[in-house]
Design a protein around this ligand. Structure first.
Ligand SMILES: Cc1cc2nc3c(=O)[nH]c(=O)nc-3n(C[C@H](O)[C@H](O)[C@H](O)COP(=O)(O)OP(=O)(O)OC[C@H]3O[C@@H](n4cnc5c(N)ncnc54)[C@H](O)[C@@H]3O)c2cc1C
Length: 271
């Protein structure tokens, strides 16, 4: 849709041109920004003109630029031992979006929108990714993606802060992952998305779409069914919208969590 309040669109090529003025917001793929009214928005600052490389590899870290599109991430050739890589495609398919949207939508934009069904958030939380946030003073800070997303459309981002990248430890990419998703209709938005990762160092379970913010359960061993039940029962903040009721979301998420726990236990992960 036309954003009729927008008066300026800036295309920075360097960080020192990035400073956001009052009324300005970052523009990435625009697939969410242009999908609804944006009260108070008077200017856009296009992050894609900064020329950040989509990904950078080092022995310990895969750095994914916030502006990397979902399509570009899917095209990346994984290292031979990245057993977790199928989770990228699974999470891309969890979005209620076609390949046409994947070509514009960015990984950072998906996290920054802060929707419960943000499947890139699920992917990054499951892989223990750390967000690199550029501060307006010219510095940067790092925090786990699981802590960056605080609630529905709510992020731990101060005024003028921009997500620069996500750092994924390659150790996490070498782990085994699991995935379960359900929606109320065949092409509906995710009602619950439960992902997990396990290896000799531990077991991580992440619930998104069913909760306002990512729910992360972490254990140094594969938890027992009773421990998992207790962890899920202790959580009392289940999301309520037309894509599912809180009771249903709790029930399907708990079932999926047990299925993934069983997969990890039978594979002998982190026992
Ligand atoms: C058909 C369709 C289906 C969709 N299905 C889903 C779905 O199932 N789940 C879901 O979560 N979303 C969905 N979306 C919404 C959207 O497409 C995705 O969330 C997408 O990943 C947003 O990325 P973008 O690059 O287009 O962000 P934009 O629209 O450019 O930006 C989104 C918001 O994030 C801010 N922002 C962007 N990048 C940064 C950054 N680096 N630092 C700080 N702030 C930033 C922007 O200012 C804006 O407020 C769908 C959209 C469409 C059109």
């Amino acid at each position: 849709m036309d954003l009729v309040t927008v008066r300026t669109v800036r295309t920075p090529s360097h960080r020192d041109e990035l400073a956001l003025e009052p009324g300005e917001r970052p523009l990435a793929g625009g697939t969410w920004l242009f999908s609804e009214e944006q009260p108070g928005l008077t200017g856009l600052v296009d992050l894609t003109t900064l020329g950040w490389p989509d990904v950078e590899r080092s022995p310990c870290t895969l750095t994914i630029a916030a502006t990397c599109t979902i399509a570009a991430l899917l095209r990346l050739a994984p290292d031979d031992d990245w057993r977790a890589w199928p989770l990228v495609e699974q999470c891309a398919n969890a979005l209620l979006a076609s390949f046409k949207v994947w070509n514009a939508a960015t990984v950072g934009g998906n996290v920054a929108v802060g929707l419960p069904a943000g499947a890139m958030t699920a992917l990054l939380c499951t892989l223990d990714a750390v967000a690199v946030v550029w501060t307006p003073s010219g510095g940067s800070r790092r925090l786990p993606v699981a802590e960056l997303v605080r609630g529905v459309r709510t992020l731990d981002l101060g005024p003028g802060e921009v997500i620069r990248a996500f750092e994924v430890p390659t150790a996490a990419l070498r782990a085994t992952t699991g995935y379960r998703r359900v929606a109320l209709s065949p092409h509906g938005r995710s009602g619950a998305l439960v992902t997990a990762r396990w290896d000799a160092s531990g077991f991580v379970l992440v619930v998104t779409a069913a909760t306002p913010r990512p729910l992360v359960f972490r254990s140094t061993t594969v938890p027992s069914a009773a421990e998992l039940d207790a962890a899920m029962a202790a959580h009392d903040d289940w999301y309520d919208d037309p894509h599912g009721s809180p009771d249903w979301r709790r029930a399907v998420s708990t079932r999926f969590a047990h299925e993934l726990r069983d997969d990890a236990a039978s594979a002998g992960g982190a026992s």
